[in-house]
Design a protein around this ligand. Structure first.
Ligand code: AMP
Ligand code: TRP
Length: 333
């Protein structure tokens, strides 16, 4: 039996190698399996939980669609749409926010990280963000949700919300309890400047990440500058536990070549970083440079991208409006 897939990416710019290897690469594989029904959402409602320039946001929405297409997602097979065009997301999020408990939301580590030291100044939206994410998933009866490791806790919350809704209203199986799909290895790509920090869109230094719009020369220069350690490459995977930068770079190489970390370590044991970096740069350029060119081409064709979003909107809205109507009936509206 095929899977019902739902996932979302925030249109906050700077989509990077972590987004690709942690999530989008998996979207493409799921899209290619004809048995699956896939929905990929540009989560613009989530994006405004932190301040956005409206003009830049509009461009970033289209660039996210362009990235989906350039990575290999086929809009004939998968639904691609942006969240704000389907009102059911906001409606369901409100209903589910009356189901979710304060204690559950208070445990979310991403809020703590993103809000930083001054939690009083964070937006209420940033706090209730995971409830909107639960609404996204539950409206489409998704069976599986492909995401990077950092979203695992939000998915567990989504499962708890679905189960509580079904129990509270005695509607067994009305909200489908989804399974996360998280790559076993390389689900967390780290910064090129600090192997203990996640590669992130919001990191100030552009040298910390490979953006999916980086061209060949930029990739070469970023890998040259990527942090390493003074030793040569190990012969045993276990040694990598104390060498976060080496582990990350070898992990990136393994993920891009669809290999295992064990095999990569075996292939490069005893070599120095400069030789390994040449190989890494080559596989990165082969993968990212054509994608980058395609994204840059597609973003100029706004009409084409908007057409995909409109088509996607129609299909998504048909599904979600029926589900939220049923939710209304269940809660007594
Ligand atoms: P976001 O850009 O926060 O909307 O994330 C989009 C997807 O990329 C989510 O599934 C994240 O879990 C995933 N992701 C973001 N950063 C990383 C990273 N450094 N490593 C692996 N996956 C990531
Ligand atoms: N919170 C996710 C992230 O930051 C994005 C997201 C929003 C999402 N809604 C979703 C992911 C639904 C999967 C399913 O990466």
């Amino acid at each position: 039996m095929g899977k019902k897939i739902f996932s979302g990416v925030q249109p906050t710019g700077n989509l990077h190698l972590g987004n690709y290897l942690g999530a989008i690469k998996n979207f493409v594989e799921l899209n290619n399996d004809n048995k699956n029904e896939c929905i990929f959402c540009v989560v613009d409602l989530h994006a405004i939980t932190s301040k956005q320039d409206p003009k830049v946001l509009r461009d970033n929405i289209r660039e996210t669609v362009a990235t989906f297409l350039a990575s290999g997602i086929d809009p004939q097979k998968s639904i691609i749409f942006n969240q704000s065009t389907v009102p059911a997301h906001s409606e369901a999020a409100w209903i589910l926010s009356c189901i979710a408990r304060m204690g559950w939301i208070n445990r979310m580590t991403q809020f703590k990280e993103k809000a930083g030291k001054d939690k009083e100044k964070a937006s209420v939206g940033l706090y209730s963000y995971p409830i909107l994410m639960a609404a996204d998933i539950l409206l489409y009866d998704a069976s599986h949700v492909p995401v990077g490791e950092d979203q695992k806790q939000h998915l567990e919350l989504c499962r708890d919300i679905a189960q509580k809704f079904n129990n509270d209203f005695d509607v067994k199986d009305f909200l489908k309890v989804p399974e996360p799909l998280i790559q076993k290895e390389f689900s967390r790509i780290m910064s090129l400047k600090d192997g203990t920090k996640k590669m992130s869109k919001s990191e100030i230094s552009d040298l910390s990440r490979i953006n999916l719009t980086d061209d060949k020369d930029i990739i070469i220069s970023k890998i040259k500058k990527a942090k390493t350690d003074p030793l040569s490459l190990p012969s045993d995977v276990k040694e990598l536990n104390e060498r976060p930068e080496a582990k990350n770079l070898l992990g990136i190489y393994s993920s891009l070549t669809n290999s295992t970390l064990e095999k990569t370590v075996k292939d490069f044991k005893g070599k120095n970083f400069s030789e390994f970096k040449e190989n890494l740069t080559q596989v990165l350029v082969e993968k990212i440079d054509p994608m980058s060119k395609e994204i840059k081409k597609l973003v100029n064709d706004k009409g084409f991208l908007d057409k995909i979003l409109i088509e996607g909107h129609k299909k998504a809205n048909d599904i979600a409006s029926i589900k939220v109507k049923k939710m209304h009936e269940i809660v007594g509206f």
